[in-house]
Design a protein around this ligand. Structure first.
Ligand code: IPM
Ligand code: MG
Length: 399
């Protein structure tokens, strides 16, 4: 037995625990929700990211600037473009977010972020932590909120994925114990589980949903999933009008393709990794991850992003202008909603449904045989300005 390896591992583990206890203490002491209605200006940072990121972020920004033109004039909203969150810069400083970029990001209130390249073992880039994951941790964006709607099939789901804990918390800090054994760590904290479950129930209450479903694997992953589930049912007691139930992740992935049962689900709340996987599956029913936006919500900051990757190959092949900006623009709609412009957000969502799913006068294919991202954004802007937007949308939804 390699006693020295065990001692090294114990020491490493001890240091991790110290850091995590500090983090959890910070959660407990964190200030309450920021009030955007009182901010002047609300600063929206636009971070392009890698690959097609800057191209699609530019289109999303153009759409937002159009919808918020009066607010910008009045000084209620300000846009800032933040450069430098590129894989080249991250590799040069060996950090998932360069310090100067992080500093600029922290001066904003909400961020619209393009996809960033996430290196993994064996890639040409150093194996640094994902910029997404780092930003979620740095800004304490504990809720990853992903809606999935397919009205024709009766699907109207919203996922509350915990966003800072689980295997993601310690993902880069596993231990290569010796040549035979590698260990990673999974962490669930009570304050962490508490705040995500509460947010899911609050959402249900505000939007008149009647059921919240928790997804774990608490029959096997007893300690951490057990803790998550225990908190879920404790919080559920504060919302007696809402039905609370729980499922295991394996059968849940199966039930999502059960056409009869799946319509019954409304709000999901789940730990990080299960949420990562289940939301990709769910997005597929709506037309794939390219059609979904993702909101990363914290009490002080929020970040909105596309859920697909940076598609470096499209840039290498000169096709970046043909990249589909839809998911970035969906994220922009969520941003509008989050900072208090729900009506503008709703209009943008209706225009996205009409242009991308129903009418399809212009189709983005990712290649020169389709529209460019800029042409698609023009089509959206034209659609948003239609005084009959809502009736047009209704007629498609009803089919
Ligand atoms: C997502 C992505 C990220 C995640 C990756 C890029 C690290 O898959 O936002 O779902 O796993 O959270
Ligand atoms: Mg994912």
């Amino acid at each position: 037995m390699n006693k020295a390896a065990i001692e090294r591992a114990k020491e490493h583990f001890g240091l991790l625990l110290e850091k995590q206890m500090e983090r959890v203490a910070k959660i407990k002491a964190a200030p309450d929700w920021i009030d955007y209605s009182k901010l002047e200006p609300i600063i929206i940072g636009v971070v392009g990211g890698d690959g097609i990121g800057p191209y699609i972020a530019k289109e999303a920004q153009r759409v937002l600037e159009f919808l918020l033109q009066d607010e910008v004039k009045r000084g209620k909203v300000e846009f800032r473009v933040i450069e430098g969150l590129t894989i080249e810069n991250r590799a040069a400083c060996m950090k998932p977010i360069p310090d100067d970029v992080l500093e600029e990001i922290k001066k904003c209130h909400v961020i619209l972020k393009g996809p960033t390249t996430t290196p993994r073992k064996g890639d040409p880039w150093p194996n640094i932590e994902s910029a997404n994951v780092a930003m979620r941790k740095e800004l304490d964006l504990f809720a990853n909120v992903r809606p999935v709607r397919v009205p024709q099939q009766g699907i109207d789901w919203i996922f509350f994925r915990e966003n800072t804990e689980d295997v993601y918390a310690l993902g880069p800090y596993g231990i290569e114990v010796d040549e035979d054994i590698a260990i990673d760590f999974r962490l669930i904290s009570t304050p962490g589980a508490d705040r995500i479950c509460r947010l899911a129930f609050e959402h249900a209450r505000k939007t008149g949903k009647t059921r919240v479903t928790c997804v774990t694997k608490a029959n096997v992953v007893k300690t951490t999933d057990g803790r998550f589930l225990e908190n879920f049912y404790r919080i559920a007691k504060e919302y007696p009008e809402i039905q609370a139930d729980d499922w295991y992740i394996d059968i849940m992935t199966a039930k999502l393709i059960d056409e009869k049962r799946r319509r019954e689900f409304q709000v999901f709340v789940l730990p990080n990794l299960y949420g990562d996987i289940l939301t990709d599956e769910a997005a597929e029913f709506q037309g794939g991850v390219g059609t979904a936006g993702s909101a990363n919500i914290g009490k002080q900051y929020a970040m909105f992003e596309a859920i697909h990757g940076s598609a470096p190959r499209m840039v290498q092949e000169g096709r970046a202008i043909y990249a589909d900006p839809s998911s970035m623009i969906r994220a922009a709609a969520m941003l509008l909603n989050h900072i208090g412009f729900a009506y503008k957000g709703k209009k943008l969502e209706m225009a996205l449904d009409i242009c991308g799913q129903y009418e399809k006068k212009l189709v983005v294919t990712g290649r020169p045989n389709g529209a460019t991202g800029a042409q698609f954004a023009d089509y959206l802007l034209e659609t948003i300005q239609d005084p009959n937007l809502e009736t047009r949308w209704q007629s498609y939804i009803k089919g």
